[in-house]
Design a protein. Sequence first.
Lengths: 230, 230
Amino acid sequence: MTTSDAAAGSALGAAAARLRVAVPSVADRVAAELRLQLAEGLLLPGARLTESTIAEDLGVSRNTVREAFAELAAERLVVRHPNRGVFVASLGPGDIRDVYTVRRAIEVSAIRGGGSAKRVAAVRAAVEEGKAAAAANDEEGLGNANQHFHRAIVALAGSRRLDTIMAQVLAEMRLFFHKATVDAHFYRGYLPDNEEICNALEAGDLDRAGELLLAYLDRSEERQAAVHGD
Amino acid sequence: MTTSDAAAGSALGAAAARLRVAVPSVADRVAAELRLQLAEGLLLPGARLTESTIAEDLGVSRNTVREAFAELAAERLVVRHPNRGVFVASLGPGDIRDVYTVRRAIEVSAIRGGGSAKRVAAVRAAVEEGKAAAAANDEEGLGNANQHFHRAIVALAGSRRLDTIMAQVLAEMRLFFHKATVDAHFYRGYLPDNEEICNALEAGDLDRAGELLLAYLDRSEERQAAVHGD
DNA sequence: ATCGTCGGATTGTTGAACAATCGGCCGAAG
DNA sequence: CTTCGGCCGATTGTTCAACAATCCGACGAT
């Protein structure tokens, strides 16, 4: 769990390492650790991250922590207030709408371009993963499956840059999902949508798939905006 | 405190300020200087950037240069090879296609969503800027106008994140444009396209505007792929 | 209660040091 | 003559200690 997450996280900023063994730098590992704590909800939005504290806790130099902060700041997971410190990013209503604007752009574009059979199969796999999680009442599994589903859609385009952008956006969203995930029916309601989208995709009806996905995102945005003060 | 007010200062994501006087950090200024040299073509793709050299040249600490590198690496303008150094990013054929995939996604999405009159006017302004530059035989002005045009299109969506992504993509493209810009007719041929797109946009025919823009991007991609060994 | 001032704490930046790693040079072996 | 292995210099990765600049909150004066 943690290792795969770390690998997925490093897919964000890390310089692609050809076929190199490449031990991640210490700064990268610090960033990974913080990313993990962020995703786990251990560090809540608005929380302050003090350089010296983290440096001491993780047994690294303050300078190294600083580099890790730069990495996280570039991913928008954290914001720097000059001379005041870095804080866990917190998204306001405007940010939520912003994030969904990005998702609409890249997800709809990706699905309307179709994709190889293998990539379509990955989308289907995410749908099945979701159904299995639902059957097992695995709340967290449902959320993960949903993210896999949308990442698989973007992956249809086969663009490394789009994949990166999507990963960042999803990481941002995880920041305030910890508040919304309490609703057990939250993701479950999206399952039929995902399946229908996947069906249209497999049938080659890309226009319809795009329409469905767009409607899905609009609804999801409204829902998120409702949960978080509009 | 939301991240909404984070900053639109420098074109790319410098952590600048609301109404703050805020002198940018030294690291930011170093990054800005390097960005400038990158855009000017003083630093060619593949060139190596040695920490100590730059630190000495700019009269700052090596550690500060390091932070600047992190910033540029996050923007993909530079790549880090662990234990070997940082190099000016160079885009291969695959990257070119990748970049255009991103542009198709966000530009077409933005234009199909329309935009306020003020934002449409900004698009028109960019078209006129291009015509003026063409009349003056201002080669560089033409290139700038073209970028303004596409940035204005993305700005239609009013999304800070999309604007940032677009700025990064354009910065990446400038990296290897220094090779392609030699062709005087390069941008000039696109002028009529831009105007037609703008006309459709002003007429409210968003579908048509989107189609035109998409065709434009496809053609541009093919052209770039042709110039750089496919 | 408001305002200015002071002090403590944290960040921004520097400089120096050291280990780890890389690339290339040179010499030895085949 | 080519190839392989190991050494050397150079550069990066990381740490540490220091200092100035800046901010926050508390204290005190008006």
